[in-house]
Design a protein around this ligand. Structure first.
Ligand SMILES: Cc1cc2nc3c(=O)[nH]c(=O)nc-3n(C[C@H](O)[C@H](O)[C@H](O)COP(=O)(O)OP(=O)(O)OC[C@H]3O[C@@H](n4cnc5c(N)ncnc54)[C@H](O)[C@@H]3O)c2cc1C
Length: 497
């Protein structure tokens, strides 16, 4: 490399870094640069980090926080310009005092003790999540063109022509399905026990559901702040995408990063100037979801069919949320006690979300998953943002708004022409890198606990760990708790003091 090229590279790197620094939230802006960032060459052994954490979601932030007092040099590298990943809270300026959670919005105080304990240790305000999972007596179901209450199930109010046996209480119906289609005898545990163990009756009550005052994103952000405060060698590098890892001959790993830029929530690789840089670390913690990890070029994973198969044992499932703001709670007209709806329309679920200090109210007009996410993605590419919409990746266009309202009108039984003008909106679809999925499910034929344990350290001869709930067992793949449990397991087993 000539001196002139090197000079251009250095200037480009410094300018890019300072541009990134100025666009960051205050509390993180001072910490993103370290001396190795502007060096595109392979660092020497003495410059290697003790630990590189890839991903600034709750898993990565919790890893840093858990290791904060060990005297280790640790850097967290994050693809985008924000900390939080799928814990993402926004405020709608037209409705001050309200917080929109685009990703995780609730947790269970009993079933998610790590998150509960961590939020408490951070001094965050844990409050009830009143909307629960859709409380039974506050829910409208709209399916196959018919509207009914949750409480109509199992009664003569069901608006379908059902056979006598089909009109049973839903728990009984599930029980019949289970009993008649599962090839197990009623030895031990009894069929009843087995059924109620595997079907804990999750819906129907808000009891035990919690959230964080000010939004769930406060958890990873506070974890990150405390991690950075704990030691001056702790760093956060936003807009850094890990693309490749290689073993170093002297131990540890060279980590190849590509710089990215984020405009209105959309993060893309920087295409001009020197966009690559190399760091090294003795241990690497990958705190990202399956699809993002698969994109990292690490020969030890790629060339081992067993590791490849294990990583590929889960399938991602996209999801999304659309929020609309109005000056009145029109959806309460005729439905004063309803807080939640479930339907077979592309909205899937709605929640009566919250009201700002200026009385502007927000409805979560759609909480959908699977293929419905592709449907809303397609529509979101048409039209222009509605007045009061958040920008960029969170924008709601008039086309999306009109379509959502069309469905809301039949679900809530209000004529579409009677729905007042929106005053704002926001949405987020979790179907694109680095969040190709909202959560994952195991493919058939895998022993989930075995996979989970293997994923923590996929290659026995490498100090590369995966802490992600993509491979969590025991129904935790869709919950932040799964990522925290993975971090605890890896630290306990592989970061022994
Ligand atoms: C719509 C929705 C609803 C949900 N509801 C709930 C809920 O109510 N309760 C609950 O507990 N959970 C819920 N979840 C799940 C929860 O949000 C996630 O399980 C949790 O946030 C996962 O955290 P994580 O840190 O493991 O991964 P992520 O949040 O995905 O963070 C990974 C981070 O790594 C970064 N990254 C990826 N690749 C790279 C790379 N190569 N280089 C650098 N950085 C990289 C990404 O940008 C990201 O910031 C929900 C999720 C969604 C999407």
């Amino acid at each position: 490399m000539t001196l002139i090229t090197l000079g251009i590279l250095l200037v480009t790197a410094v300018v890019t870094a300072s541009l990134i620094a100025t666009s960051l939230p205050m509390q993180f802006s001072a910490t993103i640069l370290s001396k190795t960032v502007v060096n595109a060459e392979v660092p020497s052994d003495g410059d290697c980090l003790d630990v590189a954490v890839i991903g600034g979601g709750i898993g990565g932030a919790y890893t840093g926080w858990r290791l904060r007092d060990r005297g280790l040099s640790i850097s967290v590298f994050e693809f985008s310009d924000r900390v939080g990943g799928r814990l993402f809270t926004a405020e709608l300026p037209v409705a001050p005092g309200t917080y929109l959670d685009f990703g995780a919005m609730r947790f269970k105080s009993g079933a998610h003790p790590t998150l509960n304990r961590t939020a408490t240790a951070l001094g965050l305000n844990i409050i009830p999540f009143e909307l629960g999972y859709g409380n039974a007596d506050e829910t409208i179901w709209y399916n196959r063109g018919k509207r009914m209450r949750n409480t109509d199930l199992g009664t003569t109010n069901i608006p379908y022509n059902l056979q006598q046996g089909e009109a049973n209480d839903p728990d009984m119906l599930l029980w019949e399905l289970f009993k008649n289609n599962v090839n197990i005898t009623d030895t031990y545990p009894s069929l009843e026990d087995l059924f109620f163990l595997s079907y804990p009756g999750d819906t129907g009550s808000s009891e035990g559901y919690k959230t964080i005052a000010g939004g769930m994103e406060k958890v990873p952000r506070t974890l990150m702040e405390k991690f950075l405060e704990a030691n001056t060698t702790h760093k956060l590098h936003l807009n850094h995408q890990l693309t490749r890892m290689e073993r170093r001959q002297t131990g540890g790993y060279n980590l190849r990063f590509r710089k990215t830029q984020t405009v209105d929530g959309v993060t893309t690789p920087v295409m001009t100037g020197n966009t690559g840089l190399t760091m090294c670390a003795r241990k690497v913690v990958l705190a990202a979801q399956k699809d993002a990890i698969q994109q990292i070029d690490f020969p030890e994973f790629k060339n081992n069919p067993e590791i490849r198969r294990t990583i590929d044992s889960v399938e991602g499932f996209p999801a999304g949320r659309i929020y609309l703001a109005y000056n009145t709670k029109w959806w309460k007209t005729g439905n004063p006690d309803i807080t939640h709806t479930k339907s077979d329309l592309p909205n899937r679920q709605t929640y009566d979300w919250s009201t700002g200090t200026n009385n502007v109210s927000i409805i979560m007009a759609s909480y959908h998953d699977g293929d419905f996410t592709h449907y809303w993605r397609e529509l979101s590419q048409f039209g222009t943002p509605i007045p009061g919409s958040l920008p960029g990746v969170n924008a709601v266009t008039d086309v999306v708004k009109n379509r959502v309202e069309k469905y809301l009108s039949v679900i809530y039984n209000v004529s579409q022409s009677d729905i007042p003008e929106t005053v704002g909106g926001a949405m987020m679809l979790w179907d694109r890198y680095p969040f190709s999925a909202a959560w994952g499910y195991f493919k058939a034929g895998f022993d989930e606990r075995k996979v989970r344990d293997m994923i923590y350290k996929p290659s026995p001869s490498d100090h590369v760990y995966i802490v992600s709930n993509s491979w969590s067992a025991d129904d935790l793949q869709g919950w932040a708790e799964g990522s925290l449990i993975a971090v605890d397991a890896v630290i306990q087993k592989y970061f022994i003091e």
